[in-house]
Write a protein that binds this ligand. Structure first.
Ligand SMILES: Cc1cc2nc3c(=O)[nH]c(=O)nc-3n(C[C@H](O)[C@H](O)[C@H](O)COP(=O)(O)O)c2cc1C
Length: 372
């Protein structure tokens, strides 16, 4: 009998994360739930909670609900964007631009916009809560917190992950003492994790980014963006990743809080392409094209307010439309490979992904033998 190497010897990040299969369910603010995270963890992957849009007490409740459903490790994801800078003129111009769309649904835009959630970089209550609750893993999106916060989380025994969309961001993550890098390609659904939204974005694809980070940094890499099945995970591992982080693949699971029109749109995604837009939230994010993304791309569209201030307007417009039965202005985040989405319970999806991965790996083994 051939001796096989335990998977955690080949992919040591799995031992660090305490998981059996190299599958991470992406944190998805507004979509992922304790039930989803627990189901993925119980199936051998790493479940994640996206608490970026929550305050500390709501996040604590979500962590405790997850703990009631699993004794395994899970990831808690926070946003580390530079806090929004108020700009009344820009905000009023944006509201004036959206006003006819509000009127279409018998509503008026809000008089002013608010920064609807705080960045973890200034949220002391969130930081204190994480140190008290001590989830096994914490991940950062849109940048990094300061060295003091990173040291405190590490000293509490928490494994730290951070998203990078470029080699420079990955180097900053490595220098900051983070444990692993989530390499997020341009294919990815949801917000791009770019640190500085005003800098040039090369828009690197998952293939190019994963390979660059796997060879040019010393940290384990987690591939994210456009991965929907075991063949995609196998490809990421072949490029040198230790695990894959999948978001869009999990949205249609019954454990998420995606609403009916979002689920339907996902499963009929061949009808609509995905596009990157900053019109909905103020930062680039990939979702299914709709009237909101068209509005953002239209000639003469004014500049969006800062993230997440623009999201205040975006959510208000969606609520006005939804109240009249329209999903035309929804944030339906999805990655480029959304036509491969499946509506399976999360445990079944993880089992399917793991068996597809094994089949793809066997296929690669056979290919290797053929190549001699
Ligand atoms: C609906 C949705 C919400 C997301 N929310 C977050 C989030 O809160 N935090 C985060 O780090 N990434 C978030 N992401 C990005 C994912 O971490 C990941 O990069 C992406 O899902 C990978 O691409 P895929 O969707 O093609 O699998 C989100 C993605 C989606 C689809």
């Amino acid at each position: 009998m051939t001796q096989t190497t335990p998977i955690a010897d080949r992919l040591p990040l799995l031992r660090r994360l305490g998981i059996r299969t190299p599958i991470i369910q992406a944190p998805m603010a507004g979509v992922s739930t304790p039930a989803l995270a627990a189901a993925v963890t119980n199936a051998g992957g790493l479940g994640s909670l996206g608490v970026g849009a929550m305050d500390a007490e709501a996040a604590r409740k979500a962590i405790r609900e997850t703990r009631a459903l699993t004794s395994g490790p899970f990831n808690v994801n926070v946003f580390c964007h530079a806090p929004a800078v108020a700009d009344a003129a820009r905000e009023q111009a944006w509201l004036a631009y959206l006003a006819p769309r509000f009127a279409e649904f018998g509503a008026t835009p809000p008089a002013a916009l608010r920064e609807i959630y705080r960045s973890y970089v200034t949220d002391d209550a969130m930081h204190a809560m994480l140190l008290e609750e001590r989830p096994a893993v914490v991940s950062f999106h849109f940048g990094l917190p300061d060295a003091g916060r990173i040291r405190a989380l590490r000293d509490a025994g928490i494994v730290l992950l951070a998203s990078a969309t470029s080699l420079d961001e990955a180097r900053a993550i490595e220098a900051a003492g983070i444990d692993a890098i989530v390499a997020q390609g341009i294919e990815a659904g949801g917000h791009r994790g770019v640190f500085d939204p005003s800098a040039v974005d090369e828009g690197l694809g998952t293939f190019a980014l994963v390979r660059m980070l796997a060879t040019q940094t010393r940290l384990p890499v987690i591939a994210a963006g456009g991965i929907m099945d075991g063949a995609g995970i196998a490809a990421a591992l072949a490029l040198g990743a230790h695990a894959a982080q999948l978001g869009t693949a999990f949205i249609a699971c019954p454990e998420t809080v995606a609403d009916g029109p979002y689920r339907e749109a996902l499963l009929q995604a061949r009808k609509r392409p995905t596009v990157l837009t900053r019109a909905i939230s103020g930062r680039h994010a990939r979702g299914l094209a709709n009237r909101f993304t068209e509005l953002g791309a239209a000639a003469g569209a004014p500049a969006t307010p800062d993230y997440p201030t623009a999201y205040d307007a975006g959510k208000a417009l969606h609520a006005a439309a939804k109240a009249r039965g329209s999903a035309d202005f929804a944030a339906q985040w999805a990655g480029q490979a959304v036509p491969l989405a499946r509506a399976l319970p999360a445990a079944e999806l993880v089992a399917a992904l793991a068996s597809e991965l094994a089949a793809s790996a066997r296929g690669l083994g056979e290919l290797a033998e053929t190549l001699g």
